[in-house]
Write a new protein. Structure first.
Length: 156
């Protein structure tokens, strides 16, 4: 009975631990309000609220598995809020020596909802788990965001 209970709790921890893999919001997270006074009357104002102009990145939930000398595409979703209407530049960094990423930088225009990078394990890559950082910078000054992409190199 105790073994069953322990196994159930361990399984629950595994499910909870593999939850949503999403970055912090980037872009322009605060509601911006601009007020313009009418020059003719000096009494009326025109107020414009831009809304939530942010975006997040969603890398694959599970680790991408590679064998030495193998290449695979890794796709990162770009989740834009309705008010975020600009391109985003994604850059792979902190790439472990056992891996290569091509291209290192990609620009996602306004209509692009996902970006794919090709990850290759080196011929001498040691089996194990690796992390690649992917950062995203909005076209106009704003908050950058970053996410981790998980790669597992299997035995040949």
């Amino acid at each position: 009975m105790m073994r069953t209970f322990t196994a159930a709790i361990a399984s629950l921890g595994l499910v909870v631990g593999t939850g949503c893999n999403k970055s912090e919001p980037g872009g322009h997270p605060s509601n911006r309000t601009s007020t313009n006074t009418n020059a003719n009357t000096h009494s009326s104002t025109d107020t414009h609220t831009s809304g939530d102009a942010t975006f997040t990145l969603s890398p694959p939930r599970l680790s991408t598995s590679l064998k030495p000398r193998e290449s695979k595409p890794v796709t990162i979703d770009i989740n834009r809020k309705d008010a975020f209407k600009e391109s985003v530049t994604l850059t792979a960094s902190d790439v472990p020596p056992a891996l290569t990423v091509e291209p290192k930088t990609k620009v996602a225009d306004l209509n692009t909802k996902e970006v794919a990078f090709t990850v290759t394990a080196a011929e001498n890559a040691q089996p194990g788990d690796y992390i690649i950082k992917v950062s995203a910078k909005p076209e106009h000054p704003g908050k950058d965001t970053i996410t981790d992409v998980k790669i597992t190199v299997d035995k040949p």
